[in-house]
Design a protein around this ligand. Structure first.
Ligand code: MN3
Length: 228
């Protein structure tokens, strides 16, 4: 092992240890892996049901990981961390990398900003920043719900910190996200909601609004504060 290889290996270990904080998952030897959910699959009941969580994580998220690995096999993208891969995605990037790279990043993030026995009103720095930016928590909720409800078809609603250090609510189609080079509004995500039908159809069928409302009961604001 030469010096550069040693440094790379050492950093890989550090990145893995920091996973819970930064969500920067490193492909080990070019292979991305599906981390277990950070809680039991029934932890978000009754707001998000066990069967939905099992299928969403074990099949949908797993498919993004498997298809990403296939798409990057034997290419320079094998060497990139998931964060760096996602940040590099532009309009010329192959759809298999854009959709599956985004799918892997977005779901890894999503599982980690939820938790059981959470929800309520955000406290700490992010609670203050939300009130400063949106006027009140209710106003913020209204705007976030609007972004989640008006995203036609499949996509995500996000709360991001813009490069100008402002909080902003945005939505993206499919598995795009605000880190990608192609994003119209770039920023660092600190909260996200998956509004693909696979995220809610078993329990809520076509009632996306009920799912969006239930989401407020499972947000892990401690984690959002950490990211902020
Ligand atoms: Mn999903």
């Amino acid at each position: 092992m030469n010096r550069q290889e040693f440094i790379t290996k050492a950093l890989t270990g550090v990145l893995a240890l920091n996973l819970s904080k930064s969500f920067a998952s490193q492909a080990i030897d070019g292979v991305h892996t599906l981390a277990p959910l950070p809680y039991n699959s029934d932890a978000l009941e009754p707001h998000i049901d066990k069967l939905t969580m099992e299928i969403h994580h074990g099949r949908h998220h797993k498919a993004y990981v498997d298809n990403l690995n296939k798409a990057i096999a034997g290419t320079p993208n094998e060497k990139l961390s998931l964060d760096d891969l996602v940040k590099s995605i532009n309009k010329e990037t192959a759809p298999a990398i854009r959709n599956n790279g985004g799918g892997h990043w977005n779901h890894t993030f999503f599982w980690n900003i939820m938790s059981s026995n959470k929800g309520g009103i955000p406290t700490g720095k992010v609670g203050d920043a939300i009130i400063a930016q949106f006027g009140s928590f209710d106003k913020f909720k209204e705007e976030f719900q609007k972004a989640a409800m008006t995203r036609f078809g499949s996509g995500w609603a996000w709360l991001i910190v813009t490069p100008e250090n402002q909080l902003k609510i945005v939505s993206t189609p499919n598995q795009d996200n605000p880190l990608m080079a192609l994003a119209e509004q770039k920023g660092k995500p600190i909260l996200a909601l998956d509004v693909w039908e696979h995220a809610y159809y078993i329990k809520y069928q076509n009632k996306r609004a009920d799912y969006v409302t239930a989401f407020w009961n499972v947000i892990n604001w401690d984690k959002v504060n950490e990211l902020f």
